[in-house]
Ligand binder design. Structure first.
Ligand code: FAD
Length: 281
């Protein structure tokens, strides 16, 4: 089965972590990924670390797509980053609003991701391929599901080339989102974001924070396994592989893996799917 795949990393906090991530990225190269993406802390909180790991990864194989967020940041800061990335020959970005820490107030000069997309297009024309975030189960702060879909369509209409979804475990929510975009005249690729199930408690905490639903039966089974991490991993692998199989059968254009900077859990999914790489989305 051929399909483009990509992997997401977060910038490590230490030099040891950065070295480890470079090793993991080298292992992932064997899957011939479409690209690696690197997250960016809202308000510029990981600016230096993101720049550093992007620079270390750049030119080592798969293209790098840095994430860029706008909330709490200035146009001047964002313009600097665009200049840096252009100078490094990077031509793809993931453009996000970001989430400010609760103690930080003030939305900054570009309050929504759509504003960021407009700003990038105004500054750099068509130079960058821009991916934006999409939420099959609705962004937790959205006023309504319909408005969240409208806002996603606005990001495409502002110049986004593709979207990557928040992770989800219900394939129907992805297909429904795709239909909602078609109804709004959007035919750009919507890449499915896939989260491996590694630790039950981390997954539940993360899902609760970002509004991704863990179906009740999955929560219950994870609870039953308690501290039995081998059973959690085996069950998680089965669940996520079946999810990917349904998405592939339904025509998903690409899979984007939230690697959590770990090789084995994501590699096990790709091995089980028997995926070979194909062209860029
Ligand atoms: P937006 O599209 O701006 O939407 C944010 C909220 O505002 C939504 O509820 C939307 O419905 C609402 N909205 C949009 N436009 C309007 C409007 N005109 N009026 C009123 N309401 C509006 N976060 C990071 O900090 N760094 C990262 O690197 C990062 N990477 C991510 C990668 C992916 C693939 C995904 C799915 C998420 C990522 N996030 C990241 C998390 C993301 O920043 C948060 O989910 C954030 O809360 C929303 O970002 P957004 O780009 O979707 O925002």
């Amino acid at each position: 089965m051929t399909l483009p795949i990509s992997f997401e990393f977060f910038p490590p906090k230490t030099d040891v972590g950065a070295d480890k991530l470079l090793t993991i990225a080298a292992q992932f190269q064997a899957f011939k990924p479409d690209y690696f993406s690197v997250t960016y802390g809202a308000g510029g909180s990981t600016r230096e670390r993101t720049l550093s790991i992007v620079s270390s990864l750049n030119g080592q194989g798969a293209p790098i797509r840095p994430h860029l967020s706008c909330i709490g940041d200035s146009r001047a800061h964002i313009a600097d980053l665009l200049t840096i990335y252009q100078a490094q020959g990077l031509s793809h970005l993931v453009a996000l609003r970001g989430d400010l820490p609760s103690r930080q107030v003030g939305l900054g000069e570009l309050p929504y991701a759509r504003d960021l997309v407009e700003f990038i297009r105004a500054k750099t024309g068509d130079y960058f391929h821009i991916a934006v975030a999409a939420y099959p189960e609705m962004h937790p702060q959205a006023p309504s599901f319909a408005l969240d879909m409208d806002y996603l369509a606005q990001k495409f209409n502002a110049g986004a080339n593709s979207a990557i979804t928040q992770f989800f475990f219900n394939a129907d929510s992805y297909f429904y989102l795709s239909c909602e975009m078609q109804k709004r005249g959007i035919d750009k690729p919507i890449v499915a974001g896939i989260m491996p199930i590694i630790h039950a408690s981390n997954l539940i905490r993360f899902s609760d924070a970002c509004g991704a639903d863990i179906p009740r039966w999955i929560r219950k089974k994870l609870a039953d396994y308690g501290d039995d991490s081998a059973s959690i991993k085996a069950f998680g692998l089965e669940v996520v592989v079946k999810l990917c199989e349904r998405l592939i059968a339904g025509g998903v254009p690409s899979l984007h893996f939230y690697s959590m900077n770990q090789y084995e859990p994501t590699a096990a999914i790709i091995d089980a799917l028997n995926l070979s790489p194909s062209a860029t989305v």
